[in-house]
Design a protein around this ligand. Structure first.
Ligand SMILES: Cc1ncc(COP(=O)(O)O)c(C=O)c1O
Length: 383
């Protein structure tokens, strides 16, 4: 198999390339809206206008009841802001074992500060154990819930409507980490009705470094950043106007084409999976097959080293990732896959492929054939 002439990027759950229209919106804002939105003079006006327009776009595209959006420096920051706000209003926090590290690390911090946090198990498909959720809510009267909508490693959906309905029944606040959902599934904040919801622009072809926290009740925000009193004192710091302009453009573009985008990404993911699973019947999909987001497949290449596979693909210009966070260069087995019951060896033998709108069918087929070739090669070596 020849090395593809162009790199093939299959790591869109990590980040996505900003679209040309987004790059234009960012550079235009840097040129015309460089003023400080908090300045009293007229040079602050374009920036102020841009902030208003971005909030309007968020409300329209996410079908939100109000324009209650706090701009942050990342999805991580939005998640921290949400967790601290939940902690201020609840006696304990219920979350899951498969959350993003921005939730789990914050949960650890809260615990060291004496807060009660319960991380609920998931079943082998990666879905939150609803019996455990019901039990926790029933036995912790003033608990709050923080739960992800779509898992970043497996793409598995959590039963978000059911979780929110249950939390409401118990009078609990709910935060939804929708970092992997916005841009890949229809989001209606009116229908979902969470108290807080996180999104981040770089997961849907916007710029990195721009997150948003939706807050149904902004007065419930517990600031983690104090200073100049921007955003009503709820998240101080001069706003990243250019980044927010990029977020707005990316969100509008995605909203205009959501149905086609979902179909395109699903077609690529399914084609890829079909080729790999047909040629390597020993490979297995990690996570609930039918309840996965359109663009993600997490594959278990039993018996081989996933890191070696990712490395060999990298040398061919095919970029995917192992379902693990790298700490100081040392890959840890994925906490998500381990929570789903995979052994350490199986977690190390897994790799994630996540597709995006800029991928083509041709490159997807090329990538799938390279994966087959490399996996079979490694299997012979490791056998
Ligand atoms: C589910 C989830 N939550 C939060 C984040 C954090 O977003 P950011 O990279 O903007 O900090 C990510 C990013 O990978 C994610 O996948």
């Amino acid at each position: 198999m020849r090395t593809p002439s162009q790199p093939i990027y299959l790591d869109h759950n990590a980040t996505t390339p900003p679209l040309p229209e987004v790059i234009r919106a960012v550079s235009e804002a840097l040129c015309v809206a460089y003023g400080n939105p908090s300045s009293g003079h007229r040079q602050g006006e374009p920036a102020r206008r841009l902030l208003l327009d971005a909030r309007e776009a968020l409300q329209r595209c996410l079908d939100a009841p109000e324009e209650h959006f706090i701009f942050t420096g990342s999805g991580t920051e939005a998640n921290n802001l949400a967790m601290r706000s939940l902690a201020r209003h609840a006696k304990s926090i219920i979350t899951s074992k498969v959350e993003h590290s921005s939730i789990l690390s914050c949960a650890d911090q809260l615990q060291t500060e004496g807060r009660s946090v319960e991380c609920i198990r998931v079943n082998p498909n990666g879905v939150v154990d609803m019996r455990a959720m019901r039990h926790q809510l029933a036995t912790h009267p003033e608990a709050a819930v923080s739960i992800q909508w779509i898992n970043n490693e497996t793409g598995v959906f959590q039963p978000i409507d059911e979780i929110i309905a249950l939390a409401r029944k118990h009078g609990s606040l709910v935060h939804v980490d929708a970092a992997q959902a916005v841009g890949k599934t229809k989001v209606s904040l009116k229908a979902l009705n969470p108290d807080f919801l996180t999104l981040t622009a770089h997961k849907f072809n916007g710029p990195a470094g721009v997150g948003v926290l939706y807050a149904r009740r902004p007065d419930f925000i517990e600031p983690i950043c104090v200073g100049g009193g921007q955003q009503g004192g709820r998240h101080a710091g001069t706003e990243n106007i250019a980044g927010i302009a990029g977020l707005k453009r990316a969100l509008e573009l995605r909203d205009d084409s959501l149905t086609e985008v979902i179909e395109h990404m699903r077609m690529l993911r399914d084609t890829f999976e079909k080729i790999v699973l047909k040629e390597c019947p020993w490979v297995r999909v990690n996570g609930y097959h039918d309840e996965r987001v359109c663009n993600t497949t997490n594959l278990l290449f039993e018996g081989i080293d996933g890191q070696a596979l990712v490395g060999r693909l990298d040398s061919k210009g095919i970029y995917c990732s192992q379902s693990s966070a790298c700490t100081a260069g040392r890959p840890e087995p994925s906490h998500v896959l381990r929570a789903m019951g995979l052994s350490e060896a199986q977690a190390y033998a897994s790799a994630r492929f996540s597709f995006g709108i800029t991928n083509t069918l041709h490159e997807t087929e090329l990538a799938a054939r390279s994966v087959v070739e490399e996996a079979e090669h490694l299997k012979r070596i490791f056998a």
